[in-house]
Design a protein around this ligand. Structure first.
Ligand SMILES: CC(C)(COP(=O)(O)OP(=O)(O)OC[C@H]1O[C@@H](n2cnc3c(N)ncnc32)[C@H](O)[C@@H]1OP(=O)(O)O)[C@@H](O)C(=O)NCCC(=O)NCCS
Length: 156
């Protein structure tokens, strides 16, 4: 493996949209409440074009040679008024292509993300993970996260 992890640039957008569509399809397999990759890609591309120039976001891309094999997105925003910290870090997206999983790449992406949050004096990071996504839950627990809130839905 000739692995590199770096901040994404404009030229990476197409590759990240493709990775995100795989992440969307991964969730779609869990529940058809989620849109498919195809359904989300246009809006996600617009979103990436906005956040790639924002100082409150960091998009990390992992490549093996020139092939994009993973990405993480982090975001810093003012904390909710009922929380004690001033700002909250959030990991909104995390994805590694299936055949590269379980080899520590997610952890490397996470560590780099952590350095960025730390540099910006973020004391706490939050994220949401589907309760049926055992791979995701195990990874987040390994990186030190613990559940503190349960998100619920019901159909009308
Ligand atoms: C979560 C994810 C980004 C982690 O990336 P990664 O490169 O696999 O991360 P690591 O190699 O650091 O592994 C972290 C843990 O993930 C879990 N994991 C990774 N691959 C797995 C697999 N194929 N089967 C089961 N668990 C797996 C393991 O608990 C692993 O820890 P371990 O190696 O000590 O057992 C990646 O697994 C992924 O893209 N998963 C599918 C999408 C997803 O769940 N995203 C997060 C949504 S909130």
């Amino acid at each position: 493996m000739n692995l590199s992890i770096r901040k994404a640039i404009d030229n990476d957008i197409e590759a990240i949209v493709f990775l995100n569509s795989q992440l969307a399809d991964y969730h779609r397999k869990i529940d058809d409440y989620y849109k498919t990759g195809k359904q989300v890609s246009k809006a996600f591309k617009n979103y990436l074009q906005q956040i790639i120039i924002s100082n409150n976001h960091l998009i990390l891309i992992a490549q093996n040679d020139n092939l994009a094999i993973g990405y993480f997105i982090g975001e810093i925003s003012p904390a909710k008024p009922f929380l004690t910290p001033e700002k909250t870090g959030r990991i909104s997206d995390a994805f590694v292509v299936e055949k590269y999983r379980g080899r520590g790449l997610g952890e490397k992406l996470f560590d780099k993300m952590l350095q960025w949050f730390d540099k910006h004096n973020v004391a706490y990071i939050e994220l949401s993970v589907d309760v049926r996504n055992q791979v995701g839950i195990r990874a987040w627990q390994k990186y030190g996260f613990e559940a503190f809130m349960l998100k619920m839905k019901r159909k009308l």
